[in-house]
Write a protein that binds this ligand. Structure first.
Ligand code: C5P
Length: 231
């Protein structure tokens, strides 16, 4: 790996992919290996979804959602784990991980006005520090010029199993069939929206994590990054 002390530009690694493809775990481990923070952009969209529900607004009420997202006090604060998303002075933490917030988030994320502000914050944060940035549009929209783009995917059944286990571990009783259909609905919405849909092109390295552990996926990514940094 190139000597980070002589790098001229911050190291930006983009990780995109559908829900349950392993992005969060892999991004966290990779960031630790590379010595840069991790930025979970989904948490930022979730913060807006949370605020919309807390205000009693329907995610389909476009004008009201845009007003909330423009006035929301949203901050990215460096923390021990990477970058914490802070909403109205409080880290969003677990409050953003409920099924209701998840569903509202994928709806509010379709509005270009909501996305524009969050993309600016993401660029400002990662361009300064360098980061592993994970989301849906990181390599296509947020940092299209980075050399390091990964697209994680996995079979829908495997992705739903991971999400199901995660929800059960958080004490949220929900059936597998419901998790699978939620994931499929959300992926369709993320892939079919007009602004910044989930999409990959030839600039991505695709990794199917269906049969890989997170550590194995990270090893592959480190190898790719090392080769590119040294070339
Ligand atoms: O990654 P996570 O599941 O937390 O993301 C929640 C939702 O936020 C996604 O389903 C998607 O609608 C939205 N999102 C997005 N663009 C990103 C990250 C997340 O539209 N870069």
């Amino acid at each position: 790996m190139a000597d980070r002390s002589v790098r001229t530009a911050p190291l930006i690694v983009a990780i995109d992919g559908p829900s349950g493809s392993g992005k969060s775990t892999v991004a966290r481990l990779l960031a630790r290996r590379l010595g840069v923070p991790v930025l979970d952009t989904g948490a930022m969209y979730r913060a807006i979804g949370l605020k919309v529900l807390a205000c009693g607004v329907s995610p389909d009420d476009r004008e009201a959602v845009i007003a909330i997202s423009e006035s929301a006090d949203l901050e990215l604060r460096p923390s021990a784990y990477g970058v914490a998303v802070v909403l109205d002075g409080e880290p969003v933490a677990e409050r953003i991980r409920t099924p209701a917030v998840t569903e509202a988030t994928s709806r509010v994320a379709t509005y270009p006005e909501v996305r524009r502000r969050l993309v600016e914050l993401q660029r400002g944060c990662a361009a300064r520090l360098g980061a592993v940035v994970e989301g849906r549009d990181i390599g296509t929209r947020v940092f299209p010029d980075t050399r390091h783009k990964f697209f994680l995917e996995a079979r829908a059944q495997v992705r739903a199993e991971r999400r199901h286990l995660e929800l059960l571990a958080r004490g949220q009783e929900v059936g597998f069939a419901e998790v699978l259909s939620d994931i499929e609905r959300r992926d369709a919405r993320d892939s079919e929206r007009q602004d910044s849909p989930l999409r990959r092109d030839a600039s991505y390295v695709v990794i199917d994590t269906s049969e890989l552990t997170a550590a194995e996926a990270v090893e592959r990514m480190v190898e790719v990054i090392r080769n590119r940094e040294e070339s």
